[in-house]
Design a protein around this ligand. Sequence first.
Ligand SMILES: NC(=O)c1ccc[n+]([C@@H]2O[C@H](COP(=O)([O-])OP(=O)(O)OC[C@H]3O[C@@H](n4cnc5c(N)ncnc54)[C@H](OP(=O)(O)O)[C@@H]3O)[C@@H](O)[C@H]2O)c1
Length: 254
Amino acid sequence: MDFQLKGRVAAITGASSGLGRRFALKLSEEGAAVAVMARRTDRLEALVEEIRAKGGKAMTCALDVSQTADIGPALDQVEAELGPLSIMINNAGVGGDGMALEMSQEHFDNTFNVNVRGVYFGAAEAARRMLKNGQAEAGNARIINIASIAAFTQLPALSAYCASKAAVVSMTKALAREWAKRLISVNAICPGYIETEINADWFATEGGQRQIQTFPRRRLMDEDGLDAALLMLAGAPGRQITGSAFTLDDGQLL
Ligand SMILES: NC(=O)c1ccc[n+]([C@@H]2O[C@H](COP(=O)([O-])OP(=O)(O)OC[C@H]3O[C@@H](n4cnc5c(N)ncnc54)[C@H](OP(=O)(O)O)[C@@H]3O)[C@@H](O)[C@H]2O)c1
């Protein structure tokens, strides 16, 4: 299938590891120019090298999404180097674990600063540019927020994380409604568990292994489990999809 991503410009937050890195590679394989964003720029540079070696177009952009005033200038840098932004993947996230009675205000605030404020202002700054650069009018404007199955359930010792991801689903629908007429599509992907740095330590424990046995298929998802949804939402098939939250979890929530 041709997703018609050739020549499109995508920015991906949290691209220094895990899902964000995968999203950058997949979009690039389909012909998009990608700006990979995160704090660990050494990793981003290695990823950019990898993409360029395969013939893709990519750039590194240092960004701490909790510093929301930095998001707009970072996206300006992306447009100056790669061209008009039309795909924004708000993927950066932190685990925000801990029992409520022991939760420090700093830990809670960091969870919400990255997972909620970072996504909200990432979406708004991207939308502003997509309206100005003509990509919205052309029907290309896609914002994809990475939520989680945690948005729909109550996971032990993850109250702040669950609340932050429920906020992502809620804001996705609200922003999709607000920008529907202006042709900016906003959707969320809500993944089940895929082993990455965010959870690898947990799944190496006995408790983590027991949790896997509670999933109907008794397994974690493979790293390619979100590829099809990503390309659909970013590409031509996503033209009439907005305000949706796609749960992709190999049945883990069932
Ligand atoms: N893996 C799963 O099972 C799973 C399931 C559901 C949802 N998710 C969600 O998927 C997203 C990606 O997670 P992952 O599994 O790929 O975890 P990961 O491997 O730990 O990656 C997290 C990414 O977020 C970035 N990040 C963290 N704080 C940041 C900040 N303040 N500013 C900019 N970037 C920041 C990290 O980059 P730097 O540290 O270099 O800045 C890293 O690239 C998260 O939103 C997570 O909640 C994951």
